[in-house]
Unconditional design. Structure first.
Length: 93
């Protein structure tokens, strides 16, 4: 099991996802600056604001979620289609 920490909208190419052991407990604290708050989002939706005096703790849940896919679902076919892998880079005119 693992936890993946992924930067949202990174501004440099060196910002990469970080993978840590699933038994890890991650604590995030903001640098104390006047009026600065952080925002927690889940699946692109804001969940909560975090102030400088608060700690955000992240760990794996005690339960698992089963994901369902329709019959014939092919993740890699969809990915190839969205990223145009294997297609000519020339535009048709």
């Amino acid at each position: 099991s693992a936890i993946v920490i992924v930067p949202i909208c990174p501004h440099t190419l060196s910002d990469r996802p970080i993978v840590v052991d699933g038994d890890s407990k991650i604590e995030i604290k903001l640098i104390d600056r006047k009026g600065v708050t952080g925002r927690v989002s889940c699946d692109g939706r804001p969940v909560a604001d975090v102030g400088a005096d608060e700690t955000l703790e992240i760990e794996t849940a005690d339960f698992r979620a089963n994901l369902l896919h329709p019959k014939g679902y092919d993740y890699f076919r969809i990915l190839r289609s969205k990223l145009a892998w294997g297609q000519s880079s020339r535009r048709s005119r």
